[in-house]
Design a protein around this ligand. Structure first.
Ligand code: NAD
Ligand code: TYD
Length: 362
């Protein structure tokens, strides 16, 4: 858990969308820990990726409220903004998995584009009604995937890299980013936009690379590496992402975009090998050992982006944020978390998840 980050001036009143998901729930914990006087209202539809158990230690706390609902429900969003006198939206709610967007893109357009539009419209009306207070903020959490794919020697993505999304997921996030930009440009809505690289850490749903590999190693199941395993991702520990978002809310300039990255570019196959080594060292009940024996190269993802890398100079120089966790430390912490939280991930391997798994991996 991060230390108290920035001394609060006046208590904020936050609406955190998608707060029962992976990054959202880490952010809710971060905020409630650092700013206990602030009001935190979570709005989450509890899709397959949302899990109320991620927030169970906050249930019953005076300054915390959980609302199950859809960000596309304008009436609900309006009433929450008004009755809770919200001054800050931190918007995480999204359909977030590329493989699912290839199988069924509809929900991605609905939630990521229409949902973000609904929140922007509601917040605009609310901000106007309050006569545009200077401290109101709309933080939109987005992805580096909007910038497309890099060649091995290309410079890392900066805030001025042209958008070139390649998957239905990244295209829907790009659409939402453009709306956010337009709402600042046209209405001066006090927006903040962040584009971050791949996160990892506690509460990460099993379908994504790192938790999937940890869980399959513990279950003795094959480790499906797409294509030749040479694709590169720039890994960011979720706790560092939360401190970056906190810094952007407190110090970011409305209308600006900030890239957030961990400066940890790793090839997928090297990452899987690192996870196997950590599991072999830390787990004493592996069904298959050494776990590298489980690595299985499978058919590539359609349109698979080759490389992502983030240039995080702007947030470092303008706002003073730096990541604190190296990939070696972060992966060790993450492996230990999956080893010691079997009761968290085991119920998530439900029949729905098995159906999805079968569709993707055959
Ligand atoms: P996640 O899939 O783990 O969680 C998404 C949450 O949003 C879930 O709790 C889900 O129930 C909720 N949700 C989905 N549709 C909703 C709707 N219509 N109304 C209300 N709630 C809804 O996602 P995550 O990995 O925590 O990602 C959070 C945000 O960060 C997303 O916007 C994603 O695009 C972005 N992002 C994620 C990563 C990453 O590595 N995970 C990297 C870059 C950017
Ligand atoms: P993922 O965690 O799905 O994130 P993203 O696609 O948003 O980057 O995947 C990370 C990388 O791992 C990506 O290059 C695809 C690859 N991958 C596999 O090789 N096997 C898998 O089973 C999964 C889920 C991902």
């Amino acid at each position: 858990m991060a230390d108290l980050q920035n001394a609060p001036s006046i208590p904020r009143r936050l609406l955190i969308t998608g707060g029962a998901g992976f990054i959202g729930s880490n952010f809710v914990h971060h905020w409630c820990h650092c700013y206990p006087a602030d009001r935190v209202v979570v709005l989450d539809a509890l899709t397959y990726a949302g899990n109320r158990a991620n927030l169970k230690d906050l249930e019953g706390k005076t300054n915390f409220r959980f609302v199950q609902g859809n960000i596309c429900d304008r009436t609900l969003v309006n009433s929450l903004l008004n009755e809770e006198e919200i001054d800050t939206i931190a918007h995480f709610a999204a359909e977030s998995h590329v493989d699912r967007s290839i199988l069924a893109p509809d929900a991605f357009v609905q939630t990521n584009v229409i949902g973000t539009f609904t929140l922007l419209e509601a917040f605009k009306q609310h901000w106007f009604a309050y006569e545009k207070p200077a401290h109101h903020r709309f933080l939109h959490v987005s992805t580096d995937e909007v910038y497309g794919s890099l060649q091995p020697d290309d410079p890392a993505f900066s805030e001025t890299t042209p958008y070139a999304p390649n998957s239905p997921y990244s295209a829907s996030k790009a659409g939402s980013d453009h709306l956010v930009r337009a709402y600042h440009h046209t209405y001066q809505l006090p927006t903040l936009l962040t584009n971050c690289s791949n996160n990892y850490g506690p509460y990460h749903f099993p379908e994504k690379l790192i938790p999937l590999m940890c869980i399959n190693i513990l279950l003795g199941k094959p480790l499906p590496v797409y294509g030749d395993g040479q694709n590169i991702r720039d890994w960011l520990y979720v706790g560092d992402h939360c401190t970056a978002l906190d810094t952007v809310i407190q110090k970011g300039k409305p209308g600006e975009t900030y890239n957030v990255g961990g400066n940890n570019e790793v090839k997928n196959i090297d990452l899987v090998n690192l996870l196997c080594n950590l599991m072999d060292e830390l787990a004493n009940d592996l069904p298959v050992s050494p776990s590298q024996k489980l690595i299985n190269f499978v058919k590539d993802r359609p349109g698979h982006d080759r490389r992502y890398a983030i240039n995080a100079n702007k947030i470092r120089t303008d706002l003073g944020w730096v990541p604190s966790v190296t990939v070696a430390e972060g992966l060790r912490k993450t492996v230990i978390w999956y080893l010691t939280h079997r009761e968290w991930w085991h119920p998530l391997l439900s029949s729905d998840y098995q159906t999805y798994y079968q569709q993707v991996y055959g």
